[in-house]
Design a protein around this ligand. Structure first.
Ligand code: SF4
Length: 335
């Protein structure tokens, strides 16, 4: 599968006031939010980015779209390098973003019809029959034409999400970036939105990037997963393979934290301990060692490299020897 989006060693630092760190320095200190992330999104592929708050997943999406400045690394979309203002302008015409809070992302003073037509105005595109275009977009997401005259506050959560999808599709994008697409929705409406996205992906051949901490949802809709911890990629691979056999203890803990049919079979060694550390105080060695039940002395001093294993990648010194499948006992025996 050829890469539509190719990200190599992407880094995002933000400048800090030196007083924040209690230091006197002539060089302005910087906080490292994203630390050399490399990822590819294939044509027609759905990639899920997973991690707790503070893992850098939203920063990654914003940097990919040029909405946050990157400090290092390279990105290519459809083979063309990204970096200049013009290149990101072209990219945004081919990429649609679905924001986490759909109502907040829609201007309250604009009707749905005006909101759906706005992308054409922003990008200077002429449309012969504006009303027909708006109705066609509404139809594509399963909404009736009369929704066009409503305002965002008059929509249900599910309708607002569908309007966001319709708006995202206006310019025939090749990539859809969805930030927590089901957050705050009832389970039944979540299913509707995900089915809609899956149907559109198939019908239009879209590539999709979904950012979420909802692993249960990602399991059903993604082809591959990338797991971030403190702005670093710790594991990636095909979704089925990761759920069947997680290689990194952080991934295994996230999977184990999902609701289980029989909570008594939960493995205590996979429970996630404590909170994600502050980016101001990145742990030395393996940055996950402060929460890892499998940490060894070397984990406190030596940072593991990201290694390719089969179809995926993992950043753990002991990935080959740990038995992390949630259905197994810690010693590897099946329940
Ligand atoms: Fe845990 Fe050590 Fe692996 Fe880090 S390198 S995830 S601390 S076992």
């Amino acid at each position: 599968m050829s890469a539509l989006f190719d990200i190599r060693n992407l880094t995002v630092d933000v400048p800090l006031e030196s007083g924040l760190l209690g230091m006197v320095s002539f060089a302005q200190p910087r906080l490292n939010i994203l630390a050399g992330v490399s990822l590819q999104i294939g044509e027609g592929e759905t990639l899920g980015i997973v991690g707790e708050s503070g893992s850098g997943k939203t920063t990654l999406a914003l940097a990919m779209l040029g909405l946050t400045a990157s400090s290092g690394g390279e990105m290519r979309f459809d083979g063309a390098p990204l970096g200049s203002r013009a290149s990101f302008g072209t990219l945004r015409q081919k990429t649609a973003m679905m924001f986490q809070d759909p109502v907040a992302s829609l201007s309250p003073r604009m009707s749905v019809g005006a909101l759906l037509y706005e992308p054409f105005i922003i990008h200077g595109k002429r449309v012969a029959n504006r009303r027909a275009k708006v109705i066609a977009l509404l139809e594509q997401v399963g909404l009736p034409p009369e929704i066009a005259t409503r305002f965002p506050h008059e929509l249900s959560g599910g309708q607002a999400r569908r309007v966001c999808v319709a708006r995202a599709l206006a310019l025939n994008p090749r990539l859809l970036v969805a930030d927590e697409p089901t957050a705050g929705l009832d389970v039944s409406v979540q299913g509707e939105v995900l089915n809609l996205m899956a149907g559109l992906k198939t019908a239009l051949g879209l590539s999709v990037l979904i950012i979420s901490h909802n692993l249960a949802m990602l399991r059903h809709v993604t082809d591959r997963l990338a797991i971030l911890y403190l702005g670093r990629l710790v594991e990636s691979g095909p979704t089925d393979a990761i759920f069947a056999n997680p290689r990194h203890p952080y991934t295994a803990s996230l999977i184990a934290a999902e609701p289980q049919p029989d909570p008594r079979k939960r493995r205590a060694d996979l429970a996630l301990k404590g909170e994600i550390p502050s980016l101001f105080l990145r742990p030395k060695g393996c940055e996950f060692h402060t929460r890892c039940a499998h940490a060894q002395p070397m984990c406190q001093t030596t940072a593991p490299e990201l290694r390719t294993t089969g179809e995926g990648q993992v950043r753990c010194h002991f990935a080959e020897t740990l038995k992390l499948n949630n259905r197994s006992e810690p010693n590897g025996m099946e329940n």
